[in-house]
Every structure is written in structure tokens, then in C-alpha cells.
Design a protein around this ligand. Structure first.
Ligand code: BF8
Ligand code: SF4
Length: 633
């Protein structure tokens, strides 16, 4: 019997699972207790077969592994390998999109087209590509070449995407510190090489490699993916959407899109529309595509698709019995889902050759045959609906309304209504006068370990009360949406007077009758790039380093390796990043000291670990206060 208490929609499905004897993550986590202390501290090494070795943090047991590796070496090697996992995911994602784009340009993937020509030109110009009087396709080919260079060059030139998207002051600093990276694949290879048995022993050198992998993640992963997504599918605009599990509709064919890559989900959405009449012939009232995790964020940002579930709910949504198909591509897909789906009529459909699941239907999705495959997948969902029709389902009623689509372009468009020549000025003025005390970006996952502490919601509300504007991405955006933090009512309810005033003015400027929400949904996890673009614009407009701005980041419920590599990138950029639960570094005095203190002297950024939400918010407020004071505001 588990006595934890989650939000009502989540809890109702956990209760349902328990009543029908299906295991969920909450039960499995409980079965895993106590979790391994060596693992939590990062002091377990299984890099070679003389091990596994573990270092006793209390000094009662061995202080070095069989080969002589210390806790510092072991922890830093493990951290770097975590980051390689994260960066590989993001770079792999970006590469998939670039390859699809390239095939489109070569006429091999005619299902896709360039949707946002302005973005193409912006990216091309940023990469130093000649655009005047040139054919759009030729420009696009050059953009692809620049992307492929960042995955293949051997000349040690800094990555094109770093030169394009990173602030100049930071590029200069990274160069001085030997952090500038050139080719994502080389860096990943070198990180694996240096952490294999008998190579890098120096914990500080290993931590510097972590920063390099952070840069790989930020530029050859996040920024590159976002830029190509926008060119292919459009840059998000502000719109209103619904969120939470109540967006499922028992009378429709429900397709839950889960994973990360819009190259797949955009096509499924299109075919859901095209096959509506077939769904109706099958007795459904239509096809209801809903979003889970980051692909949900991509779909909602561009198409207003309802945000059904964050990562912790990705298995729970299946317990409704109302999902006809869950279509997945890559990353964050729990192995449990096929076993739960098996208890209902739900089909799990995998689409990538490197992401297969026992019990799932595999439809190999290649850009060359995107339409054919998307059509096939939607038909599989309609078939599953036919089997479900008439059976009982259990859909939680919870549903909230939120505003989404805060791309940098959408934000600047609103700001231009206030100052057409210098759109950032109204924000800067309001930061100076304290109406906006600071800005904090919330990113990352829902932690099954912390979700019932409402870590994210409490932190966000504390910050809003203190006039801190919040921007969000990833699964924290789902959490904020479900908590009603993405709508105008939240502005009235939770914001301090200064922030409320600003959001009212911005709401008017946007042509709305209501204030803008206090939490701006900026997209999926790769769209942390959008937050970085906004920071770069602000820092360059003020001619300061990013580390001087009254801003911070938080991954309040860290789960994935990807969140670790994103966090490291942000620290390399100069941000203070709050993290909970503890990262696996505490077993190393060097890693703990460098990441929470020493790094500040190098990049201006640091990690701040705090598990209590109120204390975490107050730590971030103190940080913002010190930055404001240093700027003399
Ligand atoms: O990349 S927030 S659980 S879905 S890792 Fe995964 Fe975490 Fe969700 Fe997206 Ni991001
Ligand atoms: Fe043990 Fe060293 Fe091998 Fe790691 S590399 S398992 S510490 S002997």
C-alpha cells in the first residue's frame, strides 16, 4: 500500500492501477528502496572488469578502486558519461531532422517543405551564408552543409552553430579556457575515450570535458534542432490550448504522440485530419491527437494540440483505457508502456530502428515514405478504436487552459508594439525599475521522487509572488500547464504587483483583453535554445555577460541525462542552475566544490542544489538580488 499523494488526475490513475493490479512507477520506485547509496553519490565504477568498484564515502572501506581510481576520478568520469548520454540524444535528434531536411531538398522526401522562409533566411545569414538574390533551395542546401560540418569537421574551427548562436563574450571566454568545440561527434567520441579505463584521471580536466559536452549539447543539439524544426514546420506563435489527462475524448480515436521529433508527429497530425471520415465510419466522432512529453510540446507550440501528459504520466495515460494508439519515436519512453497497453486495446507503435519494444507494433518511419507511414499508423489507431468501442474507459476530468507559443519571435512581436525600434527596451526598463525582478527558466522533467512535493509548482509560485517572470520548456511546461500557471488568471492570482502591471501592458500590446500569463511556455527541451537566444539578446543589448543578468535556471525535478547536459551547457553560459534531486556528484569533494563554487570564477555559472521548494526559490531570489546589486539596479 503506497500512501503518497499526487495531484488528483495523476492520483486517480495510480489508484486505478492499484485497484486492477497493474504496476506503476510509484510502486516500482517503492520496490527499489533503499536505492544504492554508492550509485547516488556517483562512486560506483564498472568501467572495467577488475571492478565493479565502489568507494566508501565515510572512509570505512576502500578509498580507491582496484586500478587506483579515486572517488573524484570515478564521479567525474561517471558524470561525463551521463552527459554524453544526454548530448548524444540531442545531437542524434538534431541529426535526424537535418537528414530529413536534406532528403527533402534532394527531392527524396516530398512530404516535407520549407514552411518558415524568414527563419531560413535568418539562420542562413547567421551562419554567414550569402542570401541576396539566391534561390531559396540553394540557401537551404548551404544551411545543411553548415550543419553537417558541425558533425564532421576535423579542422578544429569552432562549430558554426556556436559562432551563430552563442554570445560573443562567451565565445571569447570559452576560447580562452579551451572549451570551444568543433565537431559534436569527435567530442562525444573523445569523452567516451577519455573515460574508458586508463585515460583521464584528473577530475578537473574531466569536469572541463563536461563543459565541452555541454556546449555540444547546446549548439549541435538544441539550437540546431530548433532552427531546423522552425524552418520545416514554422516558428511558434501564441495561442490558447488545453492541458491534462482530461483532454482525451472517449468518443474519438485517441492518438497519444510521445517522444521528441516533429518530423514524425507533424505527419501523424496531418493524417489524423485526412482520415477523419474513416474514423467516423468506424463509429468515432473524429480523431483526437494529444501530446505527451516533448513531442507534445512541439505539437502544441505549432498546432495548438492539447498537452495530455508529462513524462511521469506517460504510462498512467494508458490506464485510462481510452488511448487507441501511443506512437513513439525517441527518448523518455518507459519500457513499462507495452505491458500496460497490453491490458487494454491500446497499440504501442514504435517508429525508429533504434527504439524497438517487445509487444509493440513497429512501423519503420522514414522521411522518404512519411505520408504512407503516417497513414498506416493512423489506420492502426482507427482499428484499435473499433476494438475499444463500447468498452468502459476511465478518463480523469481534469483539464486546464493555457497560453503557449512563446518563441523569441512571438515575444519580440509583442514587444515591438511597445517599442518598434528597440523592442527589448520595455523589458530592460521594467527589469531596471524592479517590476520584473528577474527571470527564471524552468526546464526538465517530472521526478517520480519529488512530484508529490509539488516542487515545481511551489517554486514557480514563490518566484511569481516576488515579481520574477518564469519561462518554461519540456515536461515542466506540462506541469505548469496542468497547475493553471499558463493562463491570465494565474497572473492575477500569483504575481506580485510589478509583474502583474507588466503582464497587463503586454497583454494589451498583444491585442488580448487579458494579461499575458506569468509563465511563458517556450517549447520542448531542445527549445531551451529559445531561452538562450533571449538571454543572448538581452546580454548583448546591455553589453554584459550572461552571468551578469538577474536570471537563473532550474531543473527542479531532474530525471534524464539530457537534463544534466543541458544544465552543464547553461552553466558554461554563465547561469546559476538550481537542481533537485541531488546530482550524482556528492561522492567527489572536487566535483562538488567545482560545480557549486569554483566554476563561478571560470564561466560565472554554478550548480545550486536544494530539495526544499521554498528554500530553493529563496536561494534563486538571493542570487537575482546579488546580480541586480552588481549591476547597480
Ligand atoms: O526532453 S523533460 S522527461 S520528455 S528529458 Fe524527457 Fe525530461 Fe520530459 Fe523531453 Ni526533456
Ligand atoms: Fe574499478 Fe578502476 Fe575498473 Fe573502475 S576502472 S571498475 S575503479 S578497476
Amino acid at each position: 500500500m503506497i500512501t503518497r499523494k499526487f495531484d488528483s488526475a495523476t492520483q486517480s490513475l495510480i489508484d486505478r492501477a492499484e485497484s486492477i493490479g497493474i504496476s506503476t512507477g510509484v510502486e516500482r520506485l517503492s520496490n527499489q528502496q533503499p536505492q544504492c547509496g554508492f550509485g547516488q553519490l556517483g562512486t560506483c565504477c564498472r568501467i572495467c572488469y577488475m571492478g565493479p568498484c565502489r568507494i566508501d564515502p565515510f572512509g570505512d572501506g576502500p578509498t580507491v578502486g582496484v586500478c587506483g581510481a579515486t572517488a573524484d576520478t570515478i564521479v567525474c568520469r561517471n558524470l561525463l558519461r551521463e552527459e554524453v548520454g544526454g548530448a548524444s540524444s540531442h545531437v542524434g535528434h538534431a541529426r535526424h531532422v537535418v537528414v530529413a531536411f536534406k532528403k527533402m531538398l534532394e527531392g527524396k522526401a516530398p512530404s516535407y517543405k520549407i514552411t518558415d522562409k524568414d527563419k531560413l533566411l535568418e539562420v542562413a545569414k547567421g551562419l554567414g551564408i550569402e542570401t541576396d538574390g539566391r534561390d531559396e533551395k540553394e540557401i537551404a542546401k548551404d544551411v545543411v552543409e553548415k550543419a553537417l560540418e558541425d558533425l564532421s569537421r576535423q579542422d578544429d574551427e569552432p562549430m558554426n552553430w556556436i559562432k551563430f548562436r552563442a554570445p560573443e563574450k562567451e565565445i571569447k571566454l570559452w576560447k580562452e579556457k579551451g572549451l570551444l568545440v568543433s565537431n559534436a561527434h569527435n567530442e562525444i567520441e573523445e569523452a567516451m575515450h577519455r573515460t574508458s579505463m586508463g585515460n583521464d584521471e584528473d577530475p578537473v580536466n574531466l569536469l572541463l570535458a563536461c563543459l565541452r559536452i555541454g556546449l555540444v549539447d547546446g549548439y549541435a543539439g538544441l539550437h540546431m534542432a530548433t532552427d531546423f524544426h522552425d524552418i520545416l514546420f514554422g516558428t511558434p506563435k501564441v495561442k490558447t490550448i488545453e492541458a491534462n489527462l482530461g483532454v482525451l475524448d472517449k468518443d474519438k480515436v485517441n492518438i497519444a504522440m510521445h517522444g521528441h521529433n516533429p518530423v514524425l508527429s507533424e505527419k501523424i497530425l496531418e493524417w489524423a485530419g485526412k482520415l477523419t471520415s474513416e474514423a467516423e465510419e468506424a463509429g468515432a466522432k473524429g480523431v483526437n491527437v494529444v501530446g505527451v512529453c516533448c513531442t507534445g510540446n512541439e505539437l502544441t507550440m505549432r498546432r495548438g494540440v492539447p498537452m495530455a501528459a508529462h513524462n511521469m504520466q506517460s504510462e498512467l495515460i494508458l490506464l485510462t483505457g481510452a488511448v487507441d494508439a501511443m506512437v513513439v519515436d525517441m527518448q523518455c519512453i518507459w519500457p513499462s508502456i507495452t505491458r500496460i497497453a497490453d491490458c487494454f486495446q491500446t497499440k504501442i507503435i514504435t517508429t525508429e530502428s533504434f527504439v524497438k519494444m517487445q509487444g509493440a507494433v513497429h512501423v519503420a518511419f522514414e522521411p522518404e515514405e512519411a505520408d504512407k507511414k503516417a497513414e498506416e499508423i493512423v489506420r492502426l489507431a482507427i482499428d484499435a478504436f473499433k476494438q475499444r468501442k463500447g468498452k468502459d474507459v476511465f478518463i480523469p476530468s481534469e483539464k486546464s487552459v493555457g497560453m503557449i507559443g512563446f518563441s523569441v519571435e512571438a515575444i519580440i512581436e509583442v514587444l515591438k508594439k511597445l517599442n518598434a525600434d528597440d523592442p527589448l527596451m520595455p523589458v530592460i526598463d521594467n527589469i531596471k525599475n524592479g517590476n520584473i525582478y528577474g527571470v527564471v527558466g524552468f526546464a526538465g522533467c517530472p521526478s517520480i521522487k519529488l512530484r508529490d512535493t509539488y516542487m515545481t509548482e511551489i517554486m514557480v509560485k514563490e518566484l511569481l509572488k516576488n515579481n520574477v517572470l518564469v519561462v518554461t520548456t519540456g515536461c515542466t511546461a506540462h506541469i505548469c500547464a496542468q497547475a493553471g500557471l499558463l493562463n491570465s488568471d494565474a497572473t492575477e492570482k500569483y504575481c506580485g504587483e510589478g509583474l502583474k502591471t507588466v503582464l497587463k501592458v503586454l497583454g494589451e500590446a498583444a491585442g488580448l483583453d487579458v494579461p499575458l500569463p506569468p509563465v511563458w511556455h517556450m517549447g520542448s527541451c531542445v527549445d531551451n535554445s529559445r531561452i538562450a537566444t533571449l538571454l543572448k539578446a538581452l546580454a548583448e543589448r546591455l553589453d554584459v555577460r550572461i552571468s551578469q543578468l538577474p536570471v537563473a535556471g532550474s531543473a527542479p525535478e531532474l530525471v534524464q541525462e539530457k537534463a544534466v547536459s543541458i544544465g552543464t551547457w547553461l552553466m558554461a553560459l554563465g547561469l546559476t542552475v538550481h537542481i533537485a534531486p541531488h546530482p550524482r556528484i556528492l561522492g567527489s569533494p572536487v566535483a562538488t566544490k567545482v560545480l557549486t563554487e569554483g566554476l563561478e570564477e571560470i564561466t560565472g555559472g554554478k550548480a545550486f542544489v536544494e530539495l526544499d521548494p521554498v528554500k530553493a526559490a529563496s536561494g534563486l531570489l538571493d542570487h537575482i538580488k546579488s546580480k541586480r546589486e552588481a549591476l547597480g539596479i
